[in-house]
Design a protein around this ligand. Structure first.
Ligand SMILES: Nc1nc2c(ncn2[C@@H]2O[C@H](COP(=O)(O)OP(=O)(O)OP(=O)(O)O)[C@@H](O)[C@H]2O)c(=O)[nH]1
Ligand SMILES: [Mg+2]
Length: 452
């Protein structure tokens, strides 16, 4: 993915924090300097780099790491929030009843992205999508678009012999009248000259486009800023798509430069194939960049002792339909280690950690107490009983209470807690979308690779 260099730069910079509980002036200065270098190398502009480094410096001084969070994670956490802030809030697009005008300079990926977007929404929203090829300058533009969508039911309208883009757009809009979403591909130029301005302006008026998407090649780096600004002035850009983010060191420049223009980045292109499109959400993008998987904000709490592998293993078990007392115990244990439970819950499918809602400090303490009691009780159980808690009837409950020096009520409480958790897990299991999300999340967790 893009910005690989930034990732290694950041990890290199915070590696010096390993095992430290506090930084002295020189150490902090050195870390901030390394981060600044990493940002500049990723092509961020000087002003943004300065801003992020200064905020990192201030926040490292003023903010204490949460209990259980080491200094490295603390620094990473700050960088994460600063990068996300810089890249801007995501913009949700409702594709129904829209006409999207694709604009951009020559060779940036407009035609490819037109096809990608058409497929994206057709598949996800199961809607009728049509594209209109209104580029009358690029030879073979219509054939190119047709080819890209050869295997798709998306309707492709074009008039390869027509030399007036306006005529094509007018005819096209009429011809595809029944489509829910129409995407109009336009011609590019080397620069936004008067010719292109006039043409886009005219098409814009005829098409009455509800969205104007600017396509920018990540390779242009910081130059993406002025380009985005000038197109924005012309047609009022409602979304930017940064393409070719696969394998370019200048991606950081393009992304951050566009962000400063105030036009939201809505998608990114990461390859030549029609499916190489991704919705752009800064938080997701940055957490993936920093190797934290797809769980938004998990980095924000990542306690050192939250064992990702263990969590993934338990989740795997849950999805297979098995949920033993040991699984529940581990779940609760992890839960109690995490500083801010409400926070992690907002990132997890409901019920993932035993379905506990936002917990107050008191509730957390209660949970710690419960955990200790549960441990003692479970120590008096056979492996079979822990794997199949349904066998725990009266006689066994009595025996376990006696053996663990607890009451029968305590044992029943444990069983009740297990039943509640299991029920919640079943809810997760039954929800296909949730399952998919968990799968994805776990897939990503597998490659969590934090050099700390
Ligand atoms: N690697 C990579 N290549 C891309 C991406 N998007 C587009 N391309 C390639 O970039 C080249 C130009 O893409 P087009 O879609 O033709 O660009 P365009 O803006 O329509 O170009 P003109 O119509 O000539 O102005 C093609 O070879 C595409 O396959 C991307 O996200 N990653
Ligand atoms: Mg084109």
């Amino acid at each position: 993915m893009a910005l690989e260099g930034l990732k290694s730069g950041i990890f290199g910079a915070i590696a010096a924090l390993k095992g430290k509980r506090k930084l002295d002036e020189a150490e902090l200065a050195e870390m901030v300097r390394s981060i600044r270098r990493a940002l500049l190398e990723a092509d961020f502009n000087v002003r943004q780099t300065k801003e992020i480094s200064e905020r990192l410096d201030t926040r490292m001084r003023e903010e204490e790491p949460r209990p259980g969070v080491n200094l490295q994670t603390h620094a990473l956490n700050i960088l994460y929030t600063e990068l996300v802030r810089m890249l801007g809030a995501p913009r949700e697009i409702v594709p129904h009843n829209q006409t999207i005008l694709m604009v951009g300079l020559y060779g940036q990926g407009k035609t490819t992205t037109t096809a990608k977007l058409a497929e994206w929404w057709r598949k996800r929203h199961n809607m009728k999508v049509a594209v209109i090829e209104a580029d009358v300058h690029r030879p073979g533009a219509y054939a190119q678009l047709k080819q890209l969508l050869a295997d798709s039911p998306v309707e492709v309208y074009g008039e390869p012999e027509e030399s007036d883009a306006l005529v094509i757009v007018k005819n096209g809009l009429e011809a595809v009248g029944g489509a829910d979403l129409v995407i109009v591909d336009t011609a590019g130029r080397d620069r936004l000259d008067q010719d292109l301005q006039d043409e886009l302006d005219a098409i814009h008026r005829v098409a009455n486009a509800t969205e104007r998407f600017l396509v920018i090649d990540a390779q242009v780096g910081q130059a993406a800023g002025p380009v985005a600004a000038s197109f924005h002035d012309l047609v009022g850009v409602t979304g930017v798509i940064v393409t070719k983010l696969d394998g370019t060191a200048r991606g950081g420049g393009a992304l951050s430069a566009v962000a400063t223009t105030g036009a939201p980045i809505v998608f990114i292109g990461e390859g030549e194939k029609i499916e190489d499109l991704e919705k752009f959400e800064a938080d997701r993008f940055i957490s993936r960049l920093l190797g934290m998987g797809d769980i938004r904000g998990l980095i924000d709490l990542a306690p050192e002792d939250l064992d990702a592998e263990e969590a993934a293993r338990i989740a795997e078990r849950l999805m297979s339909g098995r949920f033993t007392l040991n699984d529940m115990y581990k779940q609760m244990e992890m839960m109690s280690k995490i500083g801010t439970v409400d926070k992690i819950l907002s990132h997890m499918p409901m019920g993932f950690f035993g379905g506990m809602g936002n917990m107050s400090k008191k509730q957390k303490e209660e949970m710690q107490d419960n955990l200790e009691r549960f441990r003692v009780i479970m120590d008096s159980m056979t492996a079979h009983e822990k794997n199949e808690p349904t066998v725990l009837k009266r006689e066994r409950i009595k025996r376990i209470a006696r053996g663990s020096g607890t009451t029968e009520k305590d044992v029943r409480d444990l069983i009740a807690q297990w039943k509640r958790s299991r029920k919640m897990m079943k809810g997760v299991k039954g929800d296909r979308r949730l399952r998919k999300r968990m799968k994805k999340m776990m897939g990503d967790m597998d490659d969590v690779d934090m050099p700390m």
